[in-house]
Design a protein around this ligand. Structure first.
Ligand SMILES: [Fe+2]
Length: 373
């Protein structure tokens, strides 16, 4: 059931006839929906690289000045971990290619796409057993493949890239961050879309570095200013990052898949104070999520290679927390697969009331595209 505000939002969506006449429905013969994004500045207008729109802690075409007004219901696509090179690269490329094709076909509804980190797998010697030369070569090859696939994204749909641990390292430093910035722009920034404020964090700084590290100090100072800003009066405030504060439960064990407990509490309390309603993340390569005092953490599955989890042993099922900790542990790891039934993306619908997610696996995406032909 749609309420009246939703009906009027739907009616307000831009629909035009390719011959120039207005029409009531997109199904009318000879008529075509135009993009939702005619109001968003195109990077070509000022020769901006589509992968480098995050600059000066803002995002080209989606600044507060340009997008602080709520217009209508919209969708965005949230993906995580394309991580080209983690598993079967040809399948990883194919899944991302299908995701791009699917998004382009929905351009009348989608305002932007966000990739929540780990665009590629290799980084210098980090995941190449210390062989820097080999890791560097692989990274460049994976970056080339990634950009070939994602450059096919419709030019009307901005691509927001969030940095992951495979992009800047588990313990980022100025060198790895500079390498990332050269490929994808800023590692943390904020942007606006139709009245909603999005704050993109560098979760590797939070997870991996001491609070006193100069990168941590600068990141936290910037985030505090964003959280405390009274500008713009957003309809919703949303955070995005790669590593989730927690995957299932605020009290779960500290692992590679979440933030250290003290930092977890400190940052989530900052977010609550700033009225952040959701945090979108990836990194776990499986879907997960939970709530902390009403603030929801949403963990998307991978669009690339998925991590399988073993069945929780009977004796651990008695306690929810024990079961979650098993799923986060090495004992719960059951290998990886690049499988169209377990990899996919999330379509997020945003309206004045809030944000809701629909998970679609690659098999469903393929099916939907066939039915539209
Ligand atoms: Fe990751």
């Amino acid at each position: 059931m749609k309420d009246d505000s939703e009906k009027s939002e739907a009616a307000a969506r831009p629909r035009v006839c390719i011959k120039g006449k207005k029409t009531k429905t997109s199904k009318t013969k000879g008529m075509k929906n135009i993009s939702m994004n005619d109001d968003i500045k195109k990077p070509e207008a000022e020769n901006v690289d589509m992968f480098l729109r995050a600059d000066n802690r803002q995002f080209y075409g989606m600044t507060e000045k340009e997008e602080s007004r709520y217009r209508r219901q919209f969708e965005f696509v949230c993906m995580g971990d394309p991580q080209f090179g983690m598993g079967d690269l040809s399948k990883e490329k194919e899944f991302s290619r299908l995701a791009v094709e699917f998004i382009n076909k929905r351009k009348n509804r989608i305002k932007f796409v966000v990739i929540c980190g780990d665009q590629t797998h290799n980084l210098e010697g980090w995941w190449s057993k210390g062989n820097v030369e080999d890791g560097r070569k692989k990274r460049l090859h994976e970056l080339k493949a990634f950009k070939e696939v994602y450059s096919k994204l419709d030019r009307d749909i901005p691509l927001v890239c969030v940095c992951g641990n495979h992009d800047v390292g588990n313990k980022p430093n100025t060198t790895t961050i500079q390498m990332y910035k050269k490929q994808f722009g800023d590692d943390y920034f904020s942007f606006w879309c139709s009245g909603v404020k999005f704050i993109v964090l560098n979760s590797q700084i939070i997870q991996g570095l001491e609070l006193s590290n100069e990168l941590s100090v600068a990141h936290e100072k910037w985030a505090d200013e964003e959280f405390e800003s009274k500008h713009g009066d957003p309809v919703h405030t949303v955070a995005m990052c790669h590593i989730p504060p927690f995957c299932w439960d605020f009290e779960e064990n500290e692992t590679n898949f979440n933030w250290p407990i003290k930092k977890r509490e400190m940052w989530l309390d900052k977010m609550l104070k700033a009225k952040v309603s959701k945090v979108y993340c990836s990194h776990y390569h499986r879907r997960a999520g939970g709530k902390y005092k009403g603030l929801e953490v949403v963990v998307t599955g991978a669009v690339g290679t998925h991590i399988r989890t073993k069945t929780v042993p009977k004796e651990l099922k008695k306690s929810k927390l024990d079961a979650y900790n098993f799923k986060l542990s090495y004992e719960g790891f059951e290998g990886t697969e690049t499988n169209e039934k377990t990899s996919g993306l999330m379509v997020v619908t945003v309206d004045k009331r809030g944000l809701s997610e629909e998970w679609m696996n690659i098999a469903q995406i393929k099916k939907e595209m066939i039915s539209r032909k």
